[in-house]
Design a protein around this ligand. Sequence first.
Ligand SMILES: [Cu+2]
Length: 316
Amino acid sequence: MNTATKLSGFALGLAAVFAGAYGIGHVAGPAAPAAETRHDTTDTDHGAAGHGDESAGGAHLPGGLLVSEQGYTLQPVTAPAGEFAFRITGPDGAPVTRYDVAHDRRMHLIVARRDLSGFRHVHPELAADGTWRVASPLAGPGVWRAFADFTPTGGEPLTLGVDVTVPGPLTARPLPAPATTATVDGYTVTLTGTPEPGRTSRLTLTVSRAGRPVTDLQPYLGAYGHLVALRQGDLAYLHVHPEGTPDDGRTPAGPAVTFAAEVPSAGAYRLYLDFRHGDAVHTAEFTVLAGAQPAPAPTTAPTPDAGHGTPGHGHS
Ligand SMILES: [Cu+2]
C-alpha cells in the first residue's frame, strides 16, 4: 500500500465506517430506511476538518454496536465445544463467502467481556459454505461481545457485534484505573497522548523489555502494532490507524508505535495493543479517559433504592 493510499485511507477511515452507505456498496436511489436514519446525505465529503461533528448530532454510529448493518448480519453458529463459529449473511440472505483482505486478513474476530476484560483478537478460517471457525477465544463465563471486522467484496468495511453468553459463575471486574504504563509477558509498554473526543489524536505506545527499548518489533497485520479501543458502557468499537508500515522504508521497528485514534465522545476507553516480538503476539491494555468527565462509572449496578426521593424522579 503506498503512502497516498494510506493517508487517504487514514483520513477516510471513519468516513468509511460512519458513512458506509456511500461508495461502492451504496444502493442506488433512496437510502433504505435503516440507512436513512443513520447516514446524513450531506456527509459524503469527509475531510480532516469534517471530523469534528461526528459525535455531535448522533447521526453516525461507531462500529460494533449493531448486529446487522447495510444488509449484512452477524450470526453465531452452533459449534462443537472449544470452537467458535459464525457467519455473515448478506443483503440476499445468503452467507457471504467473498471478502477483501484488510490488515492482512479477511476476517478479524475480536472478543471482550462486557466488563472489558478478557480481550482476544483472532483470525478464523472460512469454510466454503461461508462459516467462519476458530478455536474459541471466549475464556470463561460471562457475557462477551464478539466483533467481526471485515470487508465484504464489493462492499464497505463493517464491524458487526453480537453478545454471546458463556454460562457459569461470573465476577464482574471493575475497569482498571487509568494508567500510562502496562506490563505484559515481561514487556513494559508506555502510552503517551490523550484521545480527544471528536478529533484525531496521536497515541504513541513505546515497548521495552528489561529496561531496554525494543527495536526489533515484528510486523503484525501489516504494521508494528494493532490497536483496538472499546468504549466503556456500550463497547463501541473504534477504528485506530497505525502511522507507517514496516515496508515503507521510514517506520522504525520500535520502540515506539504511533496510532491515530478518534473517539466519538468523552468517557472511559480500554485500549488493547497487539504487538509481535519474539515470534509471539502480546497484548498490552490501558484504560484512558477522553475529555472532561468524572471518574469511570462503576461496573456494578446501583442499589434498587438509588434515586428514590430524588427531585424530578420520573414516576409522578
Ligand atoms: Cu485481526
